[in-house]
Design a protein around this ligand. Structure first.
Ligand code: ATP
Length: 456
């Protein structure tokens, strides 16, 4: 077992752990990769899916005032003219005349190249939308964009959702999906990529109530990260200055996380007023107003938009969960303290030995039964200590060990990742116990009538 000194999490450590254990791989790696593009491996896809379903659970399933949507990536290109993206979704770009590198002008502090000290060109605006062609003819008429945000798919479906669900204000529409931005300077692992997933809400409210709902969503979203395991000290809110606001926004507050690269945006909550619905109503010629039955008025709702990145959130959950500890023998233990809801594997089943006698209970009974309810891993390779370490390193909250006594007394040992405590429970009570522990019941608390034995 490696000795060592616990250190703070760095991006390099996360990249290396993610590759080693199958969370995130460089995309197209065997061909030398492609700039700042990443693939989620067997554990990464579980983790990111858990992040997305935890979000969906909180913002759609547990609320009466929210519904979901899954709109197409390719949309009528007129939408991006109307939304302002064709003209304004651009960053200032400068080139170094010497080393030919490109930078975002607002990222560099001096007027010489940060790489080689060379002379820089004048800044020019560079549109971040990816273009492609629809159909067999590659001309201007067939040009479409890969959506740079999921939000517009929600606005253009506002009437469809209203008519089909008969929702009353205030209500919101949530969507998870890919977005594409031809970022000038992507980087910092999955923090800024050119292809990423967003988790966006457009919450429609009566004008005049927008400030109150803006505050509500800022608090709601801040708390969501804490409820799912992010340490409060690593989160903060940053209201935008008026001169920072996007052309459509009346107010915006970022939820920032203390990433290994420093405080950076995790999610933005914006008050978009009626900008988008008004523009789409005007340019499509369709009525997008809401009829308020109480006041008998027609009006355009205002919109509060909490916009999060699924990849950035996954990176924050990984960074926040990462820990290095010294165990009682002075060995370094790397552990991911994931919230149980987010952990890719919930329970590992570890037979003490590979002997055939343990298989009927460990594999054919316990593993076969538990995998119907949870993501479970069966691991019988190497020593039990090594297997615990492997599970700690991928953030598995509970391990169940089946030993030779289990065949006599029909009891197994549950070991908890964070405290490394162990309890012995009858096989018939195992599922109830796992459910309780995954739901957050303290590990040491025994249920009434429980026949557990502590401190095994
Ligand atoms: P930034 O200032 O970091 O470029 P932004 O303010 O342009 O972000 P928004 O348009 O508000 O970002 O997008 C909402 C969320 O989508 C961000 O908070 C982030 O989580 C995610 N996101 C935006 N751009 C990227 C990207 N290039 N890579 C990964 N996630 C992104």
């Amino acid at each position: 077992m490696a000795k060592g000194t616990p250190e703070l999490v760095t991006m390099e450590k996360l990249v290396s752990l993610c590759k080693r254990r199958g969370f995130i791989f460089q995309s197209s790696e065997i061909y030398g990769g492609i700039s700042s593009t990443w693939d989620y491996g067997p554990l990464g896809v579980e983790l990111k899916n858990n992040v997305k379903s935890a979000w969906w659970q909180s913002v759609v399933r547990e609320r009466d005032d929210m519904v979901g949507l899954d709109s197409a990536i390719l949309m009528n290109p007129e939408i991006w003219v109307v939304s302002g993206h064709v003209v304004t979704f651009a960053d200032p770009l400068v080139d170094c005349r010497n080393c030919k590198q490109r930078f975002r002008a607002d990222d560099i502090e001096s007027d010489v190249c940060p790489e080689c000290g060379g002379e820089l060109t004048e800044a020019r605006m560079f549109n971040l939308m990816f273009k492609t062609f629809m159909g067999p003819v590659e001309d201007d008429a067939s040009q479409v964009y890969l959506r740079p945000e999921t939000a517009q798919g929600i606005f253009v479906n506002f009437q469809n959702v209203l008519n089909s669900t008969r929702k009353k204000l205030p209500f919101g529409i949530a969507q998870i999906g890919k977005a594409f931005r031809n970022e000038i300077t992507p980087g910092n692992f999955t923090f800024r990529t050119r292809e990423f997933e967003q988790m966006e809400i457009e919450y429609f409210v009566k004008p005049g109530t927008d400030e109150e709902f803006f505050q509500h969503w800022v608090e709601e979203r801040f708390d969501w990260y804490i409820e799912h395991g992010i340490k409060k000290d690593n989160l903060r809110l940053r209201p935008h200055d008026p001169d920072e606001l996007a052309h459509y926004a009346r107010a915006c507050t970022d939820v920032e996380y203390l990433f290994p690269i420093g405080w950076s945006e995790l999610e933005g909550v914006a008050n978009r007023t009626d900008f988008d619905l008004a523009r789409h109503a005007e340019c499509s010629g369709q009525t997008l107003s809401y009829f308020d039955e109480q006041t008998k008025e027609h009006y355009l709702p205002y919109v509060i938009e909490p916009s999060a990145g699924a990849d950035r959130a996954t990176l924050a959950f990984l960074a926040d969960a990462y820990d290095e500890e010294l165990d009682e023998k002075g060995d370094l233990r790397v552990v991911l303290h994931f919230h149980p809801q987010l952990a890719p594997i919930k329970v590992a089943i570890l037979p003490l030995s590979r002997k055939d006698t343990l298989i009927p209970l460990a594999k054919e009974t316990i593993y076969a039964d538990l995998r119907k309810d949870y993501m479970v891993q069966y691991d019988d390779a190497q020593s039990i200590g090594k297997r615990y370490r492997r599970q700690d390193e991928i953030g598995t909250p509970l391990c169940v060990t089946v030993d030779f006594n289990s065949l006599e007394d029909n009891q197994v040992t549950i070991r908890e990742r964070d405290s490394q405590r162990q309890i012995r429970v009858p096989v018939e009570e195992l599922k109830g116990c796992i459910n309780a522990k995954l739901a957050g019941e303290p590990f040491e608390v025994l249920p009434p009538g429980g026949s557990y034995q502590l401190g095994f």
